[in-house]
Structures are given as C-alpha cells and as structure tokens.
Design a protein around this ligand. Sequence first.
Ligand code: ASP
Length: 333
Amino acid sequence: MFSADRAPNRTVLVLTLGGTIAMTRTAATPGVAPTLTGSDLVGAVPGLQGTDEVTVEDFRQLPGASLATSDIVSLVERISRAIREGFVGVVVTQGTDTLEETSYLTDLHYQGAMPVVFTGAMRNAASAGADGPANLLAAVQTARSADARGAGVLVVLGDEIHAARHVRKTHTTSPGAFGSPNTGPLGHVVEGAARFHQLPKPVAPLPLPVGELPQVEIVTASLGSSGTLLKGLEGEVSGLVVAAFGVGHVPESWCSRLEALAAAMPVVLASRIGTGPILTSTYGFAGSESDLFARGLIGAGTLDPYKARLLLAALLAADTPRTEIAKAFLDRS
Ligand code: ASP
C-alpha cells in the first residue's frame, strides 16, 4: 500500500488478451490474427509512448471466441494482485466478440475499488482508421480517474464509458458497436478525462470459482421451433437459460419439457430481444411468462441471455440455494 506522504501512484497495469486490437496481417494465416504484444499496442498510442505510467503484461493472445471462463477466473486473480501491487487501475484489452461477457464475469467476481476497464477495437491494427490506439488511451485515462473508483468493471470504446453489467455489442462491424441499451452509457471521455453522468448501484461480489464454471447452456425460442434442443439436458448441464420471445414467451409445445427441466435444475427465463425486462404477470396463456413462472422458471429481469447464463453459472459455482438464485437475479438486473 502507498502511504499518504508518497506521491499517488498513477501507473496503470495493461493486461492484453488478444483480439482485433492486437491483430495484424501475418504470413501464416490468410486473414489477420493476434500477433501484437502489449508493448506494441502501447507503443502505437500517441500519449502513452515512452511513459512509465503504464506497465504492460501479455496475459493471453487469443481471439475473443477462444477465451474460456477459466481464463477470466485467472484474470480476476491477476487483477486482485494488481491492487496489492499498488497500481492505480487496470486496463484489459481483448477481442470484442466476447467482451460483453468477459467484462461481466469479471464484474461478478471482482472485489475492489481500483478501476478495471476493458477495451478492444473493431478495426485491426493494419486497417485505415484503426480504433485500437484511441480506445486504449481512453481506457487508460478512465482507469486513472478517481471517479471510476468503486464503479464496478467498466468498458470503454469510442470514448463512451459503459458498465460491464449493462453493455452489449450491438453491431458486427461499426466502430460505434458498443452500447448499453437499457441504461445508456455511464459517461464519456472528453479531452482526456473521464466524465461520469451516472454510476451503477453497488452489488456484492460473488466468490471466485476454482477452474471452469458449471456448464449452463442457452436455448433460443424461434418461430415454429419443436424444442428438440431441450431434450436430454438433465445430467449434461447444471442450469439452462431460455432466450424467449419478447417479454418471456415460448411455444406452448415447450412447456412440459421446461417444467420437467425446472424440476431438475435452475431454468432462467430471459428475452432474446436484448433490451427491456422480462415481465412477470401480464400474459396468462400457455407458454407465457406467468405460466412459465408457475412451472418453476426464474426470471432474468433485464439481463440478456448471455449475462444471465454467466450469472447463473457463477451462482451455481457458489452453491447458491434455488430461492436465493431467484433473488440474485432480481437484485442484479
Ligand atoms: N472481431 C473480434 C474483435 O473485434 C475478434 C475477436 O473477438 O477476437 O476483436
């Protein structure tokens, strides 16, 4: 820890996990692949070059799609060590494909006030208008902000500051791909400073699991689907998330299978829409939200299916009793 008479430490730890931000053309692959090191990334940022206020560590070098939940458990352990080492904040660079999930999983387990900021890039380092350097700089500036302390895990892209618990990737290619459809951004980075308009409500962290999280899968409702993917799940998965139509509806033909599954494991009802809440008591037909709750499903509130899946897995890893799982979804959405 730093004593009061020492200059405040301004050093940010940058942990790199790969992704488009670290991708460039290689002789070995037909398209771009993650090859750039953390030093390469920082070295490409006017404003960070040559500073001793950034320490870089290459943590993984993977496309976002190949990161595992065990990588994120190790990341949370590394971030916790960074607090003890006296860093002012941590920036994580990684692929945008899974950034909304990895940052949320980190947010579920991270215990500390030190700012933790995830960022990435939509355009690779070899392309015109690569957004990686500007995103990295804005993330470092946010990680240094006193206002970011205790704000939970943050995501900064395109000069917008988002809460990991609300952020979604909303476009496949646009540099403005990240948004928080339910809440809007927490703030913006303006002239090198993080300016917050709102802060997320504090929630208690969940215990960090050892190794892989319990297996939870998502089954999505779609027009005329027979629900065949709901078969044979008992014993294969520890929990299920249903990505339902609209406010929480599935085809009537799914109901008895979902009821049987809900007797065997927690089954969470989320919406495939990605914005807005699951309702609780508006519709009453077979396969409606109130029918599914009566059959034992648990509501995800405003959590989208991907975040709901991670929350359920983290709760199961902590041996959370069924009644408290439902309460945790209420408290955290
Ligand atoms: N398209 C992704 C990205 O923006 C690739 C990845 O997630 O690794 O980083």
